[in-house]
Design a protein around this ligand. Structure first.
Ligand SMILES: [Fe+2]
Ligand SMILES: [Fe+2]
Length: 347
């Protein structure tokens, strides 16, 4: 029981005397600068949304597209709330100053993302509904873990990569101009949040025991499958907007690969074998959930081919195909991502 100053204080008075090597000190400085950049680049959500609505004469959409955008955005809205909560949990639990500042800055960004998306949905005339179980697995998994290492891996590296994927897909669909311009603001902020994970994780990963490393890989696989399920929930709504869900899945795997490549580079190592296993499981599951559907081929034949491809991926490894760096095939042709993908998936 706490009685008048007896017992340990919740304040970490030794936070400035924690041992730091040069590498850690450099990362702490980068994390601190994420906070200052976040402050310098903070945008006024109320003003930006009002200006975009005035510029485009409000939201002009038919009912089908209005419903589709609402259904996709409500998943993202609850995702923003989860991100706000997770960043706040991290800001509270981190002791060193650099990560604490970076997580605090992220919480501030996520609060803005949440209220602006809520305001946009109100303009759209769409009332957000509770998420179903399938769409909740990813967010609940990261919210519920108590381990800051797992939380950062799940939030800053995996949920952020998925959010960036869906933002880009929506923006490239040109479905609604106010939203397309608004999402550019979100994407810039989310990229900074990935930076928190990339700078925080290397020194923590060095301390991992073999047992905890295995647990973390299992956690990653669980989250990757949950991310695919979340995309599956959005599939019918993406089709209404003219977005090919398979291309979104490929774009997502590419973004995830890029994020992990950044982490490994920061750690000064090539891709570990275990990550290849996680990538294989992700790709095999993705092939089953989002099979290639060339025109003229029956659905049965496409699913049979997808099952064969999934088994082959699990046994032998990832296919040599070029993943999407965009949901727009023409844009992708101008900016092929094959070299980046190979660097990530092959040692
Ligand atoms: Fe966000
Ligand atoms: Fe974020």
């Amino acid at each position: 029981m706490w009685i008048a100053g007896l017992g340990p204080s919740p304040l970490p008075f030794d936070m400035f005397s924690l041992a730091k090597d040069a590498d850690l000190a450099r990362r702490q400085d980068k994390l601190t600068s994420l906070y200052h950049r976040g402050q310098a680049l903070a945008w006024d959500g109320q003003k930006v949304l009002a200006e975009l609505l005035a510029k485009h004469g409000g939201i002009q959409l038919d009912d089908a597209k209005r419903h589709a955008i609402g259904n996709i955005l409500q998943v993202l809205l609850w995702g923003e709330l989860a991100a706000w909560k997770i960043a706040s949990q991290l800001a509270d639990s981190f002791v060193p100053l650099g990560p604490k500042l970076a997580a605090t800055s992220q919480a501030h960004d996520e609060a803005r993302h949440f209220y602006v998306m809520h305001d946009y949905l109100r303009e759209l005339g769409f009332l957000p509904q509770p998420l179903n179980r399938q769409a909740r697995v990813l967010l609940d998994g990261v919210l519920r873990t108590d381990d800051p290492l797992f939380k950062v891996m799940g939030m800053q590296l995996m949920i952020e990569a998925l959010a960036l994927t869906i933002f880009q897909a929506l923006r490239e669909s040109n479905a609604e101009p106010v939203l397309c311009e608004l999402l550019l603001y979100y994407e810039k902020d989310e990229a900074r949040h990935v930076g928190l994970g990339v700078q925080y994780l290397p020194s923590e990963l060095k301390k991992l025991s073999r047992w905890k490393e295995r647990r973390m890989i299992a956690f990653q696989v669980q989250l990757l499958l949950a991310a695919l399920l979340e995309l599956k929930v959005m599939e019918p709504h993406m089709r209404v907007l003219g977005v090919d869900p398979r291309r979104v899945y490929l774009l997502g795997t590419t973004k995830q690969a890029l994020v992990f490549e950044m982490l490994w580079k920061e750690q000064g190592q090539a891709d570990p074998e275990e990550e290849s296993l996680a990538s294989r499981i992700l790709t095999a599951s993705g092939e089953l959930l989002f099979p290639e559907r060339p025109p003229g081929r029956s659905a049965m034949s496409c699913y049979y081919q997808a099952a064969k491809e999934a088994l082959r991926t699990l046994r032998v490894g990832l296919p040599e195909n070029i993943p999407a760096s965009s949901i727009d095939p023409e844009a992708e042709a101008q900016r092929p991502m094959a070299s980046v993908w190979r660097a990530e998936t092959h040692s």
